[in-house]
Design a protein around this ligand. Structure first.
Ligand SMILES: [Zn+2]
Length: 386
Protein backbone atom coordinates (compact mmCIF):
# COMPACT_ATOMS: atom_id res chain seq x y z
CA UNK A 1 0.00 0.00 0.00
CA UNK A 2 1.15 3.50 -0.77
CA UNK A 3 -0.32 6.64 0.69
CA UNK A 4 0.41 10.22 -0.16
CA UNK A 5 -1.19 13.32 1.28
CA UNK A 6 -2.11 15.49 -1.67
CA UNK A 7 -3.66 18.45 0.05
CA UNK A 8 -3.74 19.94 3.52
CA UNK A 9 -5.39 23.31 3.95
CA UNK A 10 -5.51 24.91 7.35
CA UNK A 11 -7.98 27.75 7.74
CA UNK A 12 -11.34 27.43 9.41
CA UNK A 13 -11.38 23.83 8.37
CA UNK A 14 -8.58 21.38 7.87
CA UNK A 15 -8.91 19.48 4.64
CA UNK A 16 -6.51 16.59 4.64
CA UNK A 17 -6.84 14.73 1.40
CA UNK A 18 -4.76 11.94 0.00
CA UNK A 19 -4.48 9.04 -2.40
CA UNK A 20 -4.45 5.51 -1.07
CA UNK A 21 -2.96 3.14 -3.61
CA UNK A 22 -3.32 -0.55 -2.97
CA UNK A 23 -0.47 -2.70 -4.11
CA UNK A 24 -0.84 -6.37 -3.45
CA UNK A 25 -0.22 -9.72 -5.01
CA UNK A 26 -4.01 -10.12 -4.97
CA UNK A 27 -4.10 -7.73 -7.94
CA UNK A 28 -2.91 -8.74 -11.35
CA UNK A 29 -3.21 -6.47 -14.37
CA UNK A 30 -5.74 -8.74 -16.05
CA UNK A 31 -8.35 -8.31 -13.34
CA UNK A 32 -7.96 -4.62 -12.52
CA UNK A 33 -8.43 -2.62 -15.65
CA UNK A 34 -7.08 -2.35 -19.15
CA UNK A 35 -4.23 -0.06 -18.09
CA UNK A 36 -3.07 -2.49 -15.43
CA UNK A 37 -3.16 0.07 -12.65
CA UNK A 38 -3.53 -0.91 -9.04
CA UNK A 39 -6.69 0.52 -7.48
CA UNK A 40 -6.32 3.93 -5.93
CA UNK A 41 -8.77 5.75 -3.69
CA UNK A 42 -9.04 9.39 -2.76
CA UNK A 43 -9.26 9.93 0.99
CA UNK A 44 -11.17 10.34 3.21
CA UNK A 45 -12.43 6.90 2.27
CA UNK A 46 -15.33 4.94 3.77
CA UNK A 47 -14.80 1.18 3.83
CA UNK A 48 -17.84 -0.98 3.16
CA UNK A 49 -18.81 -2.62 6.46
CA UNK A 50 -19.60 -6.33 6.28
CA UNK A 51 -20.93 -8.92 8.68
CA UNK A 52 -19.99 -12.53 7.94
CA UNK A 53 -18.29 -11.14 4.82
CA UNK A 54 -21.47 -9.79 3.25
CA UNK A 55 -23.01 -6.35 3.24
CA UNK A 56 -26.06 -6.72 5.50
CA UNK A 57 -29.35 -7.05 3.56
CA UNK A 58 -27.69 -6.84 0.11
CA UNK A 59 -26.54 -9.45 -2.36
CA UNK A 60 -23.49 -8.66 -4.50
CA UNK A 61 -25.81 -8.02 -7.47
CA UNK A 62 -27.76 -5.46 -5.46
CA UNK A 63 -24.51 -3.85 -4.32
CA UNK A 64 -24.12 -2.61 -7.90
CA UNK A 65 -26.91 -0.16 -7.09
CA UNK A 66 -24.84 1.34 -4.27
CA UNK A 67 -22.85 4.30 -5.55
CA UNK A 68 -19.57 3.34 -4.01
CA UNK A 69 -19.37 -0.33 -4.90
CA UNK A 70 -15.58 -0.21 -5.20
CA UNK A 71 -14.68 0.68 -1.61
CA UNK A 72 -12.62 -1.96 0.20
CA UNK A 73 -14.66 -4.39 2.28
CA UNK A 74 -14.13 -4.31 6.03
CA UNK A 75 -14.14 -7.91 7.27
CA UNK A 76 -13.47 -8.98 10.85
CA UNK A 77 -11.43 -11.83 12.20
CA UNK A 78 -14.33 -12.48 14.56
CA UNK A 79 -16.61 -13.16 11.58
CA UNK A 80 -14.23 -15.34 9.61
CA UNK A 81 -13.28 -17.54 12.60
CA UNK A 82 -16.29 -19.88 12.20
CA UNK A 83 -15.47 -20.22 8.46
CA UNK A 84 -11.83 -21.20 9.01
CA UNK A 85 -12.21 -24.87 8.07
CA UNK A 86 -14.06 -24.01 4.86
CA UNK A 87 -11.61 -21.21 4.09
CA UNK A 88 -8.70 -23.59 4.51
CA UNK A 89 -10.23 -26.07 2.06
CA UNK A 90 -11.25 -23.30 -0.36
CA UNK A 91 -7.80 -21.72 -0.39
CA UNK A 92 -8.55 -18.46 -2.23
CA UNK A 93 -9.35 -16.08 0.60
CA UNK A 94 -12.46 -14.61 2.12
CA UNK A 95 -13.39 -12.20 -0.72
CA UNK A 96 -13.60 -15.03 -3.26
CA UNK A 97 -15.25 -17.32 -0.71
CA UNK A 98 -18.01 -14.77 -0.14
CA UNK A 99 -18.57 -14.80 -3.91
CA UNK A 100 -17.69 -11.12 -4.22
CA UNK A 101 -15.59 -10.09 -7.19
CA UNK A 102 -12.24 -11.70 -6.37
CA UNK A 103 -10.31 -8.49 -6.93
CA UNK A 104 -12.28 -6.27 -4.59
CA UNK A 105 -9.88 -5.05 -1.87
CA UNK A 106 -10.48 -6.02 1.75
CA UNK A 107 -9.41 -4.77 5.16
CA UNK A 108 -9.25 -7.31 7.99
CA UNK A 109 -10.00 -6.00 11.49
CA UNK A 110 -9.77 -7.98 14.72
CA UNK A 111 -13.25 -7.33 16.14
CA UNK A 112 -16.55 -6.55 14.40
CA UNK A 113 -17.21 -2.89 15.20
CA UNK A 114 -20.95 -3.46 15.70
CA UNK A 115 -20.64 -6.30 18.20
CA UNK A 116 -19.00 -5.27 21.42
CA UNK A 117 -16.83 -8.13 22.77
CA UNK A 118 -17.13 -9.08 26.44
CA UNK A 119 -14.67 -7.19 28.57
CA UNK A 120 -11.93 -8.71 30.72
CA UNK A 121 -10.86 -11.69 28.63
CA UNK A 122 -7.70 -10.55 26.81
CA UNK A 123 -4.31 -11.66 28.05
CA UNK A 124 -0.59 -11.33 27.58
CA UNK A 125 -0.51 -13.91 24.81
CA UNK A 126 -3.95 -13.85 23.23
CA UNK A 127 -7.14 -11.92 22.43
CA UNK A 128 -10.64 -13.31 22.93
CA UNK A 129 -13.27 -13.14 20.23
CA UNK A 130 -16.87 -14.15 20.73
CA UNK A 131 -19.29 -15.90 18.43
CA UNK A 132 -22.23 -18.30 18.61
CA UNK A 133 -19.94 -21.04 19.97
CA UNK A 134 -18.78 -18.80 22.79
CA UNK A 135 -15.29 -17.57 23.54
CA UNK A 136 -12.47 -18.27 21.08
CA UNK A 137 -8.85 -17.51 21.91
CA UNK A 138 -6.65 -16.03 19.20
CA UNK A 139 -2.94 -15.94 19.94
CA UNK A 140 -0.27 -14.77 17.50
CA UNK A 141 0.05 -18.12 15.75
CA UNK A 142 -3.72 -18.43 15.34
CA UNK A 143 -3.90 -14.84 14.08
CA UNK A 144 -1.17 -15.60 11.54
CA UNK A 145 -3.05 -18.69 10.38
CA UNK A 146 -6.43 -16.93 10.11
CA UNK A 147 -4.96 -13.94 8.30
CA UNK A 148 -3.32 -16.22 5.75
CA UNK A 149 -6.63 -18.01 5.23
CA UNK A 150 -8.48 -14.70 4.75
CA UNK A 151 -5.85 -13.18 2.41
CA UNK A 152 -6.85 -9.55 3.06
CA UNK A 153 -5.35 -6.65 1.13
CA UNK A 154 -4.83 -4.61 4.32
CA UNK A 155 -5.08 -5.76 7.92
CA UNK A 156 -5.07 -4.65 11.52
CA UNK A 157 -2.34 -6.17 13.66
CA UNK A 158 -3.59 -8.29 16.56
CA UNK A 159 -4.33 -5.91 19.43
CA UNK A 160 -6.00 -5.70 22.82
CA UNK A 161 -8.45 -2.83 22.47
CA UNK A 162 -10.51 -3.79 25.52
CA UNK A 163 -10.68 -0.37 27.14
CA UNK A 164 -14.27 0.43 28.15
CA UNK A 165 -15.14 3.91 29.34
CA UNK A 166 -14.60 2.93 32.98
CA UNK A 167 -11.26 1.13 32.38
CA UNK A 168 -8.66 2.09 34.96
CA UNK A 169 -5.07 3.04 34.16
CA UNK A 170 -3.80 -0.47 34.95
CA UNK A 171 -6.13 -2.00 32.35
CA UNK A 172 -5.20 0.65 29.78
CA UNK A 173 -1.47 0.10 30.40
CA UNK A 174 -1.98 -3.62 30.10
CA UNK A 175 -3.85 -3.28 26.80
CA UNK A 176 -0.89 -1.34 25.37
CA UNK A 177 1.69 -3.76 26.82
CA UNK A 178 -0.25 -6.78 25.53
CA UNK A 179 -0.48 -5.26 22.05
CA UNK A 180 3.23 -4.41 21.99
CA UNK A 181 3.88 -8.03 22.96
CA UNK A 182 1.74 -9.32 20.06
CA UNK A 183 3.59 -6.92 17.77
CA UNK A 184 6.99 -8.33 18.79
CA UNK A 185 5.74 -11.88 18.39
CA UNK A 186 4.19 -11.28 14.94
CA UNK A 187 7.09 -9.30 13.50
CA UNK A 188 9.40 -12.12 14.61
CA UNK A 189 7.11 -14.56 12.80
CA UNK A 190 7.05 -12.90 9.39
CA UNK A 191 8.19 -9.74 7.59
CA UNK A 192 4.60 -9.13 6.41
CA UNK A 193 3.73 -7.76 9.88
CA UNK A 194 5.99 -4.76 9.48
CA UNK A 195 5.08 -4.02 5.88
CA UNK A 196 2.97 -1.27 4.38
CA UNK A 197 -0.25 -3.32 4.32
CA UNK A 198 -0.38 -3.68 8.11
CA UNK A 199 -2.05 -1.21 10.48
CA UNK A 200 -0.90 -0.67 14.06
CA UNK A 201 -3.54 0.26 16.64
CA UNK A 202 -3.25 3.40 18.71
CA UNK A 203 -4.71 2.47 22.09
CA UNK A 204 -5.07 4.22 25.44
CA UNK A 205 -8.82 4.23 26.06
CA UNK A 206 -10.11 7.60 27.15
CA UNK A 207 -6.80 8.74 28.65
CA UNK A 208 -5.08 11.45 26.60
CA UNK A 209 -1.78 10.71 28.35
CA UNK A 210 -1.80 7.01 27.45
CA UNK A 211 -3.09 7.72 23.94
CA UNK A 212 -0.17 10.12 23.39
CA UNK A 213 2.29 7.55 24.74
CA UNK A 214 0.93 4.94 22.32
CA UNK A 215 0.96 7.39 19.40
CA UNK A 216 4.56 8.37 20.18
CA UNK A 217 5.51 4.69 19.75
CA UNK A 218 4.06 4.74 16.23
CA UNK A 219 7.18 6.30 14.80
CA UNK A 220 9.13 3.15 15.81
CA UNK A 221 6.69 0.86 14.00
CA UNK A 222 7.19 -0.10 10.40
CA UNK A 223 3.46 -0.42 9.65
CA UNK A 224 1.75 1.25 6.73
CA UNK A 225 -0.92 3.03 8.78
CA UNK A 226 -2.67 3.41 12.11
CA UNK A 227 -6.07 2.65 13.60
CA UNK A 228 -7.24 4.78 16.51
CA UNK A 229 -8.94 1.93 18.35
CA UNK A 230 -10.34 1.25 21.78
CA UNK A 231 -13.40 3.51 21.78
CA UNK A 232 -16.72 1.89 22.59
CA UNK A 233 -19.52 1.93 19.99
CA UNK A 234 -21.83 3.49 22.58
CA UNK A 235 -19.47 6.48 22.92
CA UNK A 236 -19.24 6.92 19.16
CA UNK A 237 -23.04 6.83 18.87
CA UNK A 238 -23.62 9.07 21.86
CA UNK A 239 -25.15 12.47 21.21
CA UNK A 240 -23.84 13.69 24.57
CA UNK A 241 -21.68 16.71 23.75
CA UNK A 242 -19.17 16.16 26.57
CA UNK A 243 -18.61 12.55 25.55
CA UNK A 244 -18.19 13.51 21.86
CA UNK A 245 -15.81 16.34 22.72
CA UNK A 246 -13.73 13.90 24.74
CA UNK A 247 -13.38 11.54 21.76
CA UNK A 248 -12.57 14.41 19.38
CA UNK A 249 -9.92 15.96 21.64
CA UNK A 250 -8.21 12.55 21.97
CA UNK A 251 -8.25 12.07 18.19
CA UNK A 252 -6.86 15.58 17.63
CA UNK A 253 -3.97 14.97 20.04
CA UNK A 254 -3.18 11.57 18.54
CA UNK A 255 -3.21 12.90 14.97
CA UNK A 256 -0.81 15.70 15.93
CA UNK A 257 1.70 13.06 17.04
CA UNK A 258 1.25 10.43 14.31
CA UNK A 259 3.47 10.61 11.21
CA UNK A 260 1.53 12.69 8.68
CA UNK A 261 2.59 10.59 5.69
CA UNK A 262 0.70 7.47 6.79
CA UNK A 263 -3.08 6.96 6.77
CA UNK A 264 -5.07 7.02 10.01
CA UNK A 265 -8.29 5.08 10.47
CA UNK A 266 -11.05 5.24 13.06
CA UNK A 267 -13.64 2.49 12.77
CA UNK A 268 -17.08 2.18 14.30
CA UNK A 269 -20.63 3.48 13.87
CA UNK A 270 -19.98 7.21 13.64
CA UNK A 271 -22.82 9.69 13.36
CA UNK A 272 -22.23 12.01 10.37
CA UNK A 273 -21.55 15.01 12.65
CA UNK A 274 -18.79 13.02 14.33
CA UNK A 275 -17.38 11.86 10.97
CA UNK A 276 -16.92 15.50 9.95
CA UNK A 277 -15.22 16.45 13.21
CA UNK A 278 -12.94 13.41 13.22
CA UNK A 279 -12.05 14.03 9.57
CA UNK A 280 -11.09 17.60 10.45
CA UNK A 281 -8.94 16.22 13.27
CA UNK A 282 -6.90 14.34 10.64
CA UNK A 283 -8.42 10.89 10.11
CA UNK A 284 -8.42 9.39 6.57
CA UNK A 285 -10.27 6.05 6.75
CA UNK A 286 -13.77 5.34 8.09
CA UNK A 287 -16.40 2.63 7.58
CA UNK A 288 -20.11 2.33 6.80
CA UNK A 289 -21.22 0.39 9.92
CA UNK A 290 -23.42 3.35 10.92
CA UNK A 291 -25.69 2.57 7.93
CA UNK A 292 -26.25 -0.98 9.17
CA UNK A 293 -26.89 0.34 12.67
CA UNK A 294 -29.50 2.78 11.30
CA UNK A 295 -31.15 0.18 9.08
CA UNK A 296 -31.36 -2.33 11.94
CA UNK A 297 -33.49 0.12 13.90
CA UNK A 298 -35.57 1.01 10.80
CA UNK A 299 -34.27 4.56 10.61
CA UNK A 300 -33.49 6.57 7.48
CA UNK A 301 -30.68 9.13 7.46
CA UNK A 302 -31.59 12.51 5.98
CA UNK A 303 -29.30 15.46 5.29
CA UNK A 304 -30.44 19.04 4.74
CA UNK A 305 -29.45 20.96 1.63
CA UNK A 306 -26.55 23.30 2.22
CA UNK A 307 -23.61 24.11 -0.02
CA UNK A 308 -21.37 24.12 3.03
CA UNK A 309 -21.10 20.47 4.09
CA UNK A 310 -20.07 21.50 7.58
CA UNK A 311 -23.38 23.32 8.02
CA UNK A 312 -25.57 20.46 6.82
CA UNK A 313 -28.08 19.27 9.41
CA UNK A 314 -28.44 15.49 9.72
CA UNK A 315 -31.68 14.02 10.96
CA UNK A 316 -33.19 10.56 11.04
CA UNK A 317 -36.69 9.36 10.33
CA UNK A 318 -38.12 6.45 12.28
CA UNK A 319 -39.68 4.62 9.34
CA UNK A 320 -41.68 2.33 11.64
CA UNK A 321 -43.70 5.29 12.93
CA UNK A 322 -47.40 4.73 12.19
CA UNK A 323 -47.76 8.42 11.27
CA UNK A 324 -46.07 7.54 7.97
CA UNK A 325 -48.72 5.10 6.75
CA UNK A 326 -50.36 7.79 4.63
CA UNK A 327 -47.16 9.66 3.74
CA UNK A 328 -46.72 9.16 0.01
CA UNK A 329 -43.58 11.24 -0.26
CA UNK A 330 -40.05 9.92 -0.76
CA UNK A 331 -37.57 9.70 2.13
CA UNK A 332 -35.70 12.58 0.48
CA UNK A 333 -37.04 14.31 -2.63
CA UNK A 334 -33.81 14.87 -4.51
CA UNK A 335 -31.99 11.78 -3.28
CA UNK A 336 -30.16 9.78 -5.94
CA UNK A 337 -30.40 6.39 -4.21
CA UNK A 338 -32.11 3.34 -5.70
CA UNK A 339 -35.02 3.57 -3.24
CA UNK A 340 -35.85 7.23 -3.84
CA UNK A 341 -35.18 7.32 -7.59
CA UNK A 342 -37.49 4.32 -8.06
CA UNK A 343 -40.34 5.98 -6.20
CA UNK A 344 -40.62 3.87 -3.03
CA UNK A 345 -42.73 5.98 -0.68
CA UNK A 346 -42.38 6.34 3.06
CA UNK A 347 -45.87 4.85 3.43
CA UNK A 348 -44.91 1.68 1.52
CA UNK A 349 -41.63 1.23 3.42
CA UNK A 350 -43.59 1.73 6.64
CA UNK A 351 -45.99 -1.03 5.51
CA UNK A 352 -43.07 -3.35 4.71
CA UNK A 353 -41.68 -2.81 8.22
CA UNK A 354 -45.07 -3.49 9.80
CA UNK A 355 -45.36 -6.75 7.86
CA UNK A 356 -41.73 -7.73 8.64
CA UNK A 357 -40.75 -7.86 4.97
CA UNK A 358 -36.99 -8.00 4.44
CA UNK A 359 -37.41 -5.60 1.48
CA UNK A 360 -37.85 -2.77 4.01
CA UNK A 361 -34.28 -3.26 5.23
CA UNK A 362 -32.98 -3.62 1.66
CA UNK A 363 -34.57 -0.31 0.63
CA UNK A 364 -33.41 1.47 3.77
CA UNK A 365 -29.89 0.12 3.33
CA UNK A 366 -29.73 1.56 -0.21
CA UNK A 367 -30.83 4.96 1.04
CA UNK A 368 -28.63 5.05 4.15
CA UNK A 369 -25.51 3.92 2.28
CA UNK A 370 -26.11 6.47 -0.49
CA UNK A 371 -26.57 9.31 2.03
CA UNK A 372 -23.54 8.32 4.13
CA UNK A 373 -21.31 7.93 1.06
CA UNK A 374 -22.49 11.34 -0.17
CA UNK A 375 -20.69 12.87 2.82
CA UNK A 376 -17.42 11.22 1.74
CA UNK A 377 -17.86 12.13 -1.92
CA UNK A 378 -18.29 15.76 -0.91
CA UNK A 379 -15.26 15.62 1.40
CA UNK A 380 -13.18 14.06 -1.38
CA UNK A 381 -14.33 16.81 -3.73
CA UNK A 382 -13.41 19.48 -1.17
CA UNK A 383 -10.00 17.91 -0.59
CA UNK A 384 -9.30 17.56 -4.29
CA UNK A 385 -10.38 21.06 -5.23
CA UNK A 386 -9.24 23.28 -2.40
ZN1 LIG B 1 -32.81 7.92 -0.97
Amino acid sequence: MEFCVTNVVKCNNIYRSGILKLISEVYTPTVINSTGDNPAFRTPICLQYTKDACIPYLTWELVQHVDDDQAPLMISLKDIYPMRISLSAFGRGIVSFSNCRPYRPSFLTVQNVLSQPKSGYNGKNAVSIWNESGRQIVDCMEFHRLKNLAKPTLFQMLCDADTPKNANNTRIDRSIDNSLGYYSCLTATSDEYGDSNSFWSILGGYSIKQRCFCASKAGDMKNGGYIIDGFQSSSLLSSDKIECDEVISIVEKVCEILPSNKPRALFGPLRPELVLKIYKAGVDIFDSSYCTYMTEKNHALVMSENEDLFKVIFTEIDMSNSNLKADFGLITNNCGCYTCTNGFTKAYINHLIKTSEILASVLLMFHNLHTYYTIFRRLQYLGGNT
